[in-house]
Ligand binder design. Structure first.
Ligand code: NDP
Ligand code: 2IT
Length: 475
């Protein structure tokens, strides 16, 4: 923008009033074009971070009609500010394996936005982690957290450390080293990490222990996903998977349908997948296939959850072991689980796991509902294929928000030194998911896109963050 003095909002007249703004060329540029130019700038400033670009693009496309309605957001440069994290921390994590060999990993914490509360979001330990992954997750988290209606901002972190095949002692030493740097950046009122891929209750325990040791504070609210014996909350472990299925249930209710009798495929077999399977079974559906990064198992009689938990939660084994025990089940190595025909698909593994060719297969096989338990598991092309085929689709930032919502409930219990029952906590989770569904559904209708949960979630989450940012001034 060329400032000619009169257009510059920073320049006031001598009586303290701003001069009347005359029109500039910029006023006549369409919102779409403005968005394109902001996106180009995001790509330029964050080179090579393709997952971050993908997540930003999707939100920016959705909010074009909001900006048309609310010029005050553009004037305050809300979009440009939202796309720039408040703080990005990158650090060295040295640790020693069981043979005494030294390893160096990289640690990250991206504190994206604190308009709605302390930064909140998980830590991911996976060899694929780099800044672009952490930023995509932090960006998504911001809108997800807004959708929960709870007082939590957005952040995310992690490391390229691979916990697979590492002993408990090695994982402990890694976590202690990671926290030895991270502790100075986090706190109950500042930034509250939790789990994500590769970070479950074992890792949270080691991280909490080291935080306590360094700070000499028993600050329960600094991490969520803690064990029940030291400040954890009922239903946090189950919350993401259960919440995803509650969301699917709400979507089915809209059309007078339910999960009863449905054939369901779930990808992954980690924390989110396991508890999604559990809730589908409780609500009368049958999960016939699930996976890990080595392939998938297909069990027409329905996944035996106790066996899956034993393999994955107790033994930390591979999905292949399931078919070795259940004789009628088959293990299919190195193929996509989405080739198994189903009516309902719950991707619960990782980003971009459903590509255009998977989507085409799923449509051809009669899938009618896709609800994301993972973060951004469906590529933009695959989403387009679902939309053109009339497959109903819910984005992760709405459907998997149950995990972080239960984390916010854990923070609430820690703050009041209280602990709630399983039944009460599950009921709260269900109400939160119903509320998120209603918000997304109603917002999509308000903007003339009925049934478009992507638009509903992005617009509703964005508005909540944008209004809080406007109210708090230019910070
Ligand atoms: P886990 O580490 O418990 O499980 C991850 C599962 O996904 C494993 O089965 C893993 O297989 C598979 N997986 C991971 N990466 C890949 C990959 N690159 N290719 C193929 N399979 C892969 O993680 P969670 O269950 O906690 O997380 C799953 C998803 O849910 C992630 O997208 C996460 O961001 C999202 N999420 C998690 C929440 C939580 O509370 N935990 C909350 C909201 C969203 P393998 O073991 O072979 O690697
Ligand atoms: O992606 C997510 O929402 C999470 N990994 C959970 C975050 C949290 O703070 O519970």
């Amino acid at each position: 923008m060329v400032h000619n003095g009169v257009d510059d909002p920073r320049i006031a007249t001598s009586d303290g009033h701003r001069p009347i703004k005359s029109h500039t060329v910029e006023d006549y540029v369409s919102t779409q074009e403005k968005i394109e130019s902001i996106f180009a700038e995001v790509v330029r400033r964050n080179p090579g971070e393709k997952e971050f670009h993908q997540a930003v693009r999707e939100v920016l496309e959705s909010v074009v009609p909001v900006l048309d309605k609310h010029p005050e957001y553009a004037e305050a440069k809300i979009i440009e500010r939202i796309c720039e994290p408040e703080r990005q921390i990158i650090f060295r994590v040295p640790w020693e394996d069981d043979r005494g060999e030294v390893h160096i990993n990289r640690g990250f914490r991206v504190e994206f936005n604190s308009a709605l509360g302390p930064y909140k979001g998980g830590l991911r330990f996976h060899p694929s982690v780099y800044l672009g992954i952490v930023k995509f997750l932090g960006f998504e988290q911001l809108f997800k957290n807004a959708l929960t209606g709870m007082p939590i901002g957005g952040g995310k972190g992690g490391s390229d450390f691979d916990p697979k095949g590492r002993s408990d002692r090695e994982v402990m030493r890694f976590c202690q080293s990671f926290m030895t740097e991270l502790y100075r950046h986090i706190g109950e009122y500042t930034d509250v990490p939790a789990g994500d891929i590769g970070v479950g209750s074992r890792e949270i325990g080691y991280l909490f222990g080291q935080y306590k040791r360094i700070t000499n504070r028993y600050e329960s609210g600094v991490l969520t996903g803690k064990g029940l014996s030291y400040g954890g909350a009922q239903v946090r472990r189950e919350a993401t998977g259960y919440g995803t299925v509650f969301f699917a249930e709400e979507m089915l209710k809209v059309t007078g349908d339910s999960l009863e009798g449905k054939r369901v495929v779930v990808s992954g077999s980690g924390n989110v997948a396991i508890y999604a399977i559990e809730k589908v079974h409780q609500l009368g559906g049958t999960v016939i296939a699930c996976s890990d990064s080595s392939g998938y198992v297909h069990d027409e009689q329905g996944i035996d959850l106790e066996l899956l938990k034993e393999i994955k939660e107790v033994r930390r084994g591979r999905i292949e072991e399931y078919a070795q025990t259940r004789q009628h089940a088959t293990f299919v190595p190195h193929r996509s689980v989405w080739e198994v025909p189903c009516q309902v698909a719950l991707p619960c593994a990782t980003q971009n796991e459903i590509d255009a060719s998977d989507a085409a297969t799923m449509v051809a096989n009669g899938c009618t509902l896709v609800v994301e338990g993972a973060n951004m598991p469906t590529t933009p092309k695959a989403i387009r294929i679902f939309s053109e085929a009339g497959v109903r689709f819910a984005p992760g930032k709405a459907a998997n928000a149950g995990g972080v919502a239960a984390s916010a409930l854990e923070m609430q219990q820690n703050a009041t030194r209280d602990s709630w029952s399983f039944a009460y906590s599950e009921q709260k989770l269900r109400e939160i998911m119903q509320n998120i569904h209603t918000r997304c559904y109603a917002t999509a209708e308000e903007y003339g896109m009925p049934g478009n949960y992507v638009a509903g979630a992005n617009i509703d989450g964005f508005r909540a963050v944008a209004d809080a940012m406007l109210a708090q001034g230019l910070i």
